[in-house]
Design a binder for this molecule. Structure first.
Ligand code: CP
Length: 318
């Protein structure tokens, strides 16, 4: 927060983790540590982005990502605006590109985009002259989720390198899984993917991860168990026999968690389907569950991302 002109990100946009270097990821995590401190202080507001405009354009529902980007922008002093897609001219047939181009004409500095199609944020980054942040595009990437997950893990275990992280559940439809796989493997962690065959992507073998269909074997001796939501909205047919059967084999309960390392932590990006992929007894146990901490880290990471991108805006940091 002091060396505001030092670049952290090489690009003008944040579209995914895949293109980031270890140095860029570490720079964002280090900067976010400062914003964790600020978020815990009574006076949470800075003027770093005073005069800048940040627009949230979410075509899919969100609780955590949209509210934390809004809070992050406000805490940095930016003017933030949440575009209500449901009541916008999208309902009259206006396209993603026309909607974003219209907002771009109002000269925002940063546009945060969530869209159901993979590649939507990248498409807009080529059409608009403001910075674009991917807040989740289809099954592709959710970069700020992986960054906040990494910050949460690093703060609890002191490192990412050398850890074993199990990502369990609906990996086929998960942009969170993809971003986390990119980030964790780049940072030297071993990633295990645990899912029924129907919920593993066809190209899973090319991800550089260990793959398990038996959860009891997959969670054995891991440091982190990261559970994923069954994304019914992205499933065209029946991928699992029933929620009850799914929980029995791939849901995280105390019995399965006991197979992980004694100090292992549980994570979930939210929203959770309690009793489907995770038992409430585990999700709400503050000794093992980092789920609320992930939410707190979300604000800090998004402040770091807005700060880092503002350094590349014309005129530099406000
Ligand atoms: N983890 C996550 O992206 O949550 P929201 O859908 O609530 O933003």
């Amino acid at each position: 927060m002091t060396e505001t002109d030092t670049p952290i990100l090489n690009a003008r946009h944040l579209l995914g983790i895949e293109a980031l270097s270890v140095g860029e990821i570490t720079g964002l995590l280090d900067l976010a540590e400062e914003y964790v401190k600020l978020g815990r202080a009574p006076q949470k507001k800075l003027a770093l982005l005073k005069g800048r405009t940040v627009i949230n354009l979410f075509f899919e529902p969100s609780t955590r990502t949209q509210s934390s980007f809004e809070l992050a922008g406000k805490r940095l002093g930016a003017d933030t605006m949440n575009m209500s897609v449901r009541t916008s001219s999208v309902s009259k047939g206006e396209t993603l590109v026309d909607t974003a181009t219209t907002l771009n004409a109002m000269r925002p500095d940063i546009l945060i985009v969530r869209h159901q199609d993979s590649g939507a944020a990248e498409l807009l980054s080529r059409k608009l002259d403001c910075s674009v942040v991917n807040a989740g595009d289809g099954c592709h990437e959710h970069p700020t989720q992986a960054l906040l997950d990494a910050l949460t893990i690093r703060r609890r275990l002191g490192r990412l390198d050398g850890l074993t992280v199990a990502i369990c559940g609906d990996i086929a439809h998960s942009r969170v899984a993809r971003s986390n796989i990119h980030l964790l493997t780049k940072m030297g962690a071993t990633v295990r993917l645990i899912a029924p065959k129907t919920l593993l992507p066809a190209d899973a073998a090319s991800f550089g991860c260990e793959i398990f269909t038996d959860m009891n074997k997959g969670v054995a001796d891991v440091d982190i168990v990261m559970m994923l939501r069954l994304q019914m909205e992205r499933m065209a047919g029946a991928f699992v026999p029933s929620a009850r059967e799914y929980f029995r084999f791939w849901g995280l309960d105390r019995k399965k968690l006991a197979l992980a390392k004694p100090h292992a932590f549980v994570m979930h990006p939210g929203p959770m389907n309690r009793g489907v992929e995770i038992d409430s007894a585990v999700a709400d146990d503050i000794e093992v569950s980092l789920i609320q901490e992930q939410v707190e880290m979300g604000v800090a990471i998004r402040m770091a991302v807005l700060d880092a991108l503002s350094r590349g805006l014309s005129g530099g940091s406000a």
